[in-house]
Design a protein around this ligand. Sequence first.
Ligand code: ARG
Ligand code: ZN
Length: 849
Amino acid sequence: MRDAAPTTIYLKDYTPFGYLVDSVHLTFDLAAHATRVTSRIAFRPNPEASDKTFFLHGEDLKLIRASIDGADITPEITDKGMTVVTPDAPFIWEAEVEIDPGNNTALEGLYMSNGMYCTQCEAEGFRKITFYPDRPDVMSTFTVRINGDLPVLLSNGNPSGKGEGWAEWTDPWPKPAYLFALVAGELIAHPGQFTTMSGRDVELNLWVRPGDEGKCDFGMEALRKSMKWDEDVYGREYDLDVFNIVAVDDFNMGAMENKGLNIFNSSAVLASPETSTDANFERIEAIIAHEYFHNWTGNRITCRDWFQLCLKEGLTVFRDAQFTSDIRSAPVKRIEDAIDLCARQFPEDNGPLSHPVRPESFQEINNFYTATVYEKGAEIIGMLKRLVGDEAYSKALDLYFLRHDGQACTIEDWIKVFEDTTDRDLSQFKRWYSQSGTPRVTVSEDWNDGTYTLTLAQHTEETPGQSEKLPQVIPVAVGLLGQNGDEVRATEVLELTEAEQSFQFTGLAAKPVASILRDFSAPVILEHDHTDAERAFLLAHDTDPFNRWQAGRSLAQDTLLRMILEDATPGADYLDGVLAVLRDGELDPAYRALMLGLPSQSELAAALFDRGETPDPMAIWTSVETLRQATAQHVQDLLPRLHSETLIEAPYSPDADQAGKRSLGNAALALTSRLDGAAMAAEQYAAAGNMTQQLSALSCLLRAGKGEAELSTFYVQWQHDRLVMDKWFALQVGMASPATTADVARTLTEHADFNWKNPNRFRAVMGALAMNHAGFHRADGAGYALLADWLIKLDPVNPQTTARMCSAFQTWKRYDADRQDLIRAQLTRIAETPDLSRDTTEMVSRILN
Ligand code: ARG
Ligand code: ZN
């Protein structure tokens, strides 16, 4: 049933659907292998559409009957849906189809997970439930009746009826089909309550499988905080009587914002101190906020078509980042986001998968739920806010909600509210949505008689399908420091709009040191030939916490590159700078822990490639190990005291304060383990009272080549807990030495608990393999071959997760000819697999080209 030549969909071809939908009534008769879905849908011609073709999407559906205004029809059905002749007047469509959720391993549409029915419809899964115009610009109210012999039967909206073996739900808010959801199973409610700003009571529930009741408190609290925050900061109130969240073990992504019924990967909502790390807690809090915030940015205002995905995702990621900054630490969050952007978005933007934040074509939309659409999309909102100012930003947002509530919108609509509130012409700014590739900003300086001149030049490399790049609007936040470390010019946002531009600062007593791109004010690569001494100065004195961290990061990167290219020894500026930061008890522990981080090995490979060098994964690995060892020795005296940060008297709390202390203490433990044979880590492991302490101790032991016994006791302790077992699998691969990574991963795939059809477990092993840079890139290609074997095996079962993981190969052209040959051979082998899914076909062909 696969297409011979996959079709490409283009943004420029958009036309509205010929019909409007006034109401949708669905009845589900649940049965694992023969669920009946009966639909009754009121259509009427769309006066604004010229094309009146009545095409309904439908895939993998067995049509039982269909009728228009009560008269049976026998439509011709293709593997994509059906086209029917309809009256040129309002009419009622009715259909009954049969589907097989029990055999739906793709986890798209209606499927089963541990005996529970659940759905995932974004982006185009509703067409696997019934025939429908499955496109986001077709919106309707839905009434859903579920018949099934299960205690909990949920759908979107408010409950409107209930009896033995059935329940009915009514969603009064018109929505596109991708926001439809249904859940049925033996679930337990963890209840909560929220009173909205206008005094309405909302019933909250977090639905989990029996056994997971103890992992709900944190998620519920995060939901309540999110609801309050969206009222306080954006004036957005919740709009239904109930809000349900369901945790599901088998899920392709993190979570889904279905109206009133969010469905979560259990890893993105279930948390307890014993089973979750501090990082897990922070991520869960952010995802709960993200999905909740979609209620306004995504649901009340949705996307006209899937090319506009960043309209809801970029904005909602930006909003969840604001939330995290507000309730935790803003500088820490900013640094974490910059690390994440460099690690995931930059490689995408600078490789074969590069695409604009608003793509112009696709074959499979699921392949565009990317770091570019989400994270670069969020950075664009951040730049816009910085350029227009906070006040104009809130005015524009108020107008956006007022003007577009209930609509399916475009990026043009979004830009227009900013133009209308600020009277600015944003046409050049809009290039951020259409131009792919990461702009590189080069800095040069001049000092002359009290005047400091900063010249900034921008350049973006050619990307697939885009050879010509025009200058973008780049907000560059700059501050100037005097020789004694005082700030002589406070932060100012320079607007770089031309290919090259100079900015003057007059009346200065001495040549300043410039702190450029403060707070990471734009998602660009800054090329600034600072000397080590200047970087060390900024590391010691920068008043901008982000750039202070960045100075340390650049020092680390420069010393690592010199170690790799020139066989240099670890630089004193870096080592002394880190020592000084660690000594500074005034600095937030979380921030000091981040200061101890190094650029990832993959980033170092990118940096080498940028300099025209061919990265050698083993040389990179060795440089990192050597620098770590040297750092451990250099800061040795401080380590016991830093590690004692983790000895917190108060009961465990995942809050930023405690988490920051544990993060610094565990960074110290990792260094200590390089000096004491991981003796202290073994002690910490034995005494650990929470997963953060237990897991970081275990990772130190494994890195030191120890921990055999602990791995077994960990397994015995946690084998009943799927989420903890994911960590057990991932950690072994992640901590394996370069020579053994592929073998460790292969052995784990033979483990009885390696349930490869579960995306979390598959990713635990295969994702960790791809992330272990030197291990994955082992010279004999064993890592590549193992990943390719498993991608080929998973593709017919779950194309979405397979396609996503193909991106592990996206950086292949950075490496030497032998590795390129090995990777090309694996990509070709995947591409030539018979009946390869559309998802994976598109990814592999883009990567190969
Ligand atoms: N809209 C979801 C979010 O909050 C992502 C769902 C995407 N799922 C998919 N199969 N493409 O970001
Ligand atoms: Zn989202």
